[in-house]
Write a protein that binds this ligand. Structure first.
Ligand code: NCD
Length: 321
């Protein structure tokens, strides 16, 4: 029997049970990181194309490793080395890749909705996975973040999570808000007004209106938080516009996480960052390298969760444990 591929375009498409099933599935791959031989056979003979139109270190490498650890063939395409730089459209690129019969296409693009466009232009037999589309969503980042939080806190339900920084341009923030709200957390988004998108509380309708609170003072955002998630200012997304804050030093002084400001959070709060970090801007080196930071564990979870997402995408439903 041929299975039905499962796309992952947006956290908005998943319910809490589906999210938990992916996290449980990722838990099974986690110990593999410490094993000498990191290879399973479940996607042997399958092909995964990583189509990256935007720069990436963690996401692209971990998708490639995840595919390889499941024995799939992993092909990487970046915009600079492809015909995209010759003016080929996204849809034509997708159709041409389709003609080579891959099992999954992982796509990152600067336009929100790019993964959805590709979804609409390829055969249903190919699973489409969104690896970040503009300022819209980055679903696998939210899943690996949830896996990291679960590892440290046991349960996400009832946790107080604060997301600090450039919320306006962050697909990580949007996917995390949706994912964490579905899993029962309360979320504070904390930034100066100029880095807060209007209506961020409404992105998940009733659910997020109840669970998301906007805070414009760092100390209020951090107060008694269980999880502190810091974000980079994504200046590349608002180049040429009026400045959103006076300068990096000012932003760091008012919204930067330091040992002093971290003291407002719970004593056992964990510190997260999706990377790349701008040390000395949103986070001090002492905190980034300190005992409460789980930033590199997020990266390790990235491989395990992407293995789970790829298996689910290509083989269909998550096999029971
Ligand atoms: C983020 C992204 O690309 O959205 N990084 C990542 O995937 N780990 C965040 C960022 O670029 O700041």
């Amino acid at each position: 029997m041929r299975c039905v591929p499962r796309d992952l375009v947006s956290i908005a498409d998943l319910d809490a049970k589906e999210i938990e099933a992916i996290l449980d599935h990722g838990d099974r791959f986690w110990p593999m990181g410490d094993e000498p031989i990191k290879k399973l056979a479940s996607l042997r003979g399958r092909t995964v194309i990583n189509l990256f139109f935007e720069n990436s270190t963690r996401t692209r490498t971990s998708f490639e490793l995840a595919a390889k650890r499941l024995s799939a063939e992993a092909i990487n395409i970046t915009s600079s080395g492809s015909s995209i730089s010759k003016g080929e459209t996204l849809i034509d690129t997708a159709r041409n890749l389709m003609a080579m019969h891959p099992d999954a296409i992982v796509v990152r693009h600067k336009y929100g909705g790019a993964a959805e466009v590709i979804r609409g232009s390829v055969r249903p037999a190919v699973a489409i996975i969104n690896a970040g589309d503009g300022q819209h969503e980055h679903p696998t980042q939210a899943l690996l973040d949830a896996a990291t939080i679960r590892r440290h806190k046991g349960n996400i339900d009832g946790l107080e999570v604060v997301i600090v920084g450039d919320i306006a341009h962050s697909r990580v923030a949007r996917s995390n808000i949706l994912c964490l709200a579905k899993l029962g957390a309360r979320i504070r988004v904390c930034a100066p007004w100029t880095l807060l998108p209007r209506g961020i509380e409404d992105i998940g309708g009733e659910l997020t209106r109840e669970r998301v609170r906007v805070v414009t003072r760092l100390e209020d955002g951090l107060e008694n938080a269980d999880v502190v998630m810091m974000l980079r200012v994504q200046a590349e997304r608002f180049e040429g516009e009026a400045p959103r804050f006076p300068n990096a030093r000012e932003l760091s002084r008012t919204f930067g996480l330091s040992e002093r400001t971290l003291a407002y959070a719970k004593p056992d709060a964990i510190v997260m960052h999706p990377g790349p970090m701008n040390r000395g801007v949103e986070i001090s080196p002492q905190v980034a390298d300190g005992s409460r930071a789980v930033i590199l564990q997020q990266v390790s979870w990235g491989v395990a969760i992407r293995m789970a997402v790829l298996e689910r995408a290509v083989l269909g439903d998550v096999p029971p444990s």
